[in-house]
Design a protein. Sequence first.
Length: 104
Amino acid sequence: MGIIIAVDIWRKHRSVWPLFVGAASKPIEVQRTPTRSSDGTPFERMCAAIQAIWPKDEDVQTIAVASPGPLDPQSGVVFSAPNIAGWDNFPLRSELHKKSGSRS
């Protein structure tokens, strides 16, 4: 059974948690990181949070991101995220795919 890693970006922080696919819908782990910080870019912090909970012995089926602002769900480009600096015309899907090493 594969794992879904879901990222929910909130105004002050983002939450990252893997969920089992199928009947189980409770998060098995939650990782939070600030949306705004002087520690790297928002994308780097999001990726670090994903890596922190990436299961070692399970396949990750997909990574889903709920991002604020207008975006193109087909291309994965965030046109403008009002609370995330640098996310204007940000190619989230392709950057996340590169960063995950095509594991998802």
